[in-house]
Design a protein. Structure first.
Length: 309
């Protein structure tokens, strides 16, 4: 039976059970609470590595539970720490109304520091999706000696505004539309989401319903997206080159948030054998979690983890 204790930097989420994954909260001293998910290594033994997951936008961990569960099943000697974006969890109250992209970077760095302080010299792996990959690169820049490996999934790390989806949707992210859209989300309550998204699993439908029922969360996601359009521009090619021995990249097929920038990333990323393209959409976590987790497990094998062979 797996030991279900939490590490010292996490507290149980109110009314949560001891089932896997553990629902928890990371209480940032100056930033406030962040929803977290935690999987211990098997049999409660000290983990061979701790994987820290940084989501995309929306930064709601419930969209990624299947992916992280598959990853843990394939690598049971590894602990997993999923860390949601600040203000992106409808059920958590927050210290302030808006959290920008830089605050999300700070919160991710604090999460890495907490893992290092709690687990000493254990190997720390970053896994990230979409804009979470840009955040992961900022973490790598701030804590280069703490990260043993970084798995960037469908990475939006350069000129997001200059992509098909960015050009089509950027106006939605500009004031006053985040405020208008967030309150219009109330109008979706009568909708049967399972009919609109018939191929989505029930947990994913529930996560989407939770988001749409929370105008403050919708507002937080949209305003953060606006910052992404403004801040994420030129690719930090020197950072990719400096840490190319740590990086692995998974590209989606026909990704409207990456598009032609895939070639730019690959030109900067000399180790092309560490980059693959899978037949998955950008939002892989809806129905393609096992496929992506299996590729990530192959990469984790480079660290010598038991499940990644």
């Amino acid at each position: 039976m797996e030991d279900d204790h939490l590490p010292p930097f996490l507290t149980p989420l109110a009314h949560s059970t001891a089932s896997r994954p553990r629902q928890a909260v990371f209480n940032h001293p100056s930033l406030g609470p962040a929803h977290s998910l935690w999987w211990n290594s098997q049999n409660g033994m000290p983990p061979e590595a701790v994987l820290v997951f940084i989501p995309g936008n929306p930064g709601i961990l419930d969209f990624y539970t299947a992916y992280l569960t598959c990853l843990h099943q394939q690598n049971p000697n590894m602990a997993i720490f999923g860390h949601a974006h600040l203000a992106h969890t409808p059920t958590l109250a927050h210290l302030r109304r808006e959290y920008g992209l830089r605050a999300q970077v700070q919160s991710a760095i604090e999460a890495i520091d907490a893992v290092r302080n709690a687990f000493g010299k254990v190997k720390i792996v970053l896994s990230s999706h979409s804009v979470g990959s840009w955040i992961a690169l900022q973490v790598l820049k701030a804590r280069p000696t703490d990260v043993a490996q970084a798995l960037l999934l469908c990475p939006t790390v350069t000129h997001i505004a200059d992509t098909p989806n960015g050009r089509r949707l950027s106006w939605v992210f500009r004031s006053p539309f985040p405020w208008i859209t967030s309150w219009l989300s109330y109008l979706t309550r009568p909708l049967c989401l399972s009919m609109l998204f018939p191929h989505w699993p029930v947990p994913q439908i529930s996560a989407l319903r939770s988001l749409l029922n929370s105008p403050p969360t919708v507002f937080a996601c949209l305003t953060m997206a606006h910052e992404e359009m403004e801040i994420i521009r030129e690719l930090d090619a020197s950072l990719l080159d400096e840490h190319k021995h740590l990086l692995y990249i998974y590209f989606a097929t026909d990704d409207g948030w990456v598009a032609h920038h895939k070639a730019t990333i690959l030109r900067a990323f000399v180790e092309e054998e560490r980059a693959v393209q899978g037949s998955v959409p950008h939002a892989f976590s809806i129905n393609h979690s096992e496929q992506v987790a299996s590729q990530c497990s192959l990469w984790l094998g480079a660290l010598g983890l038991g499940g990644g062979q």
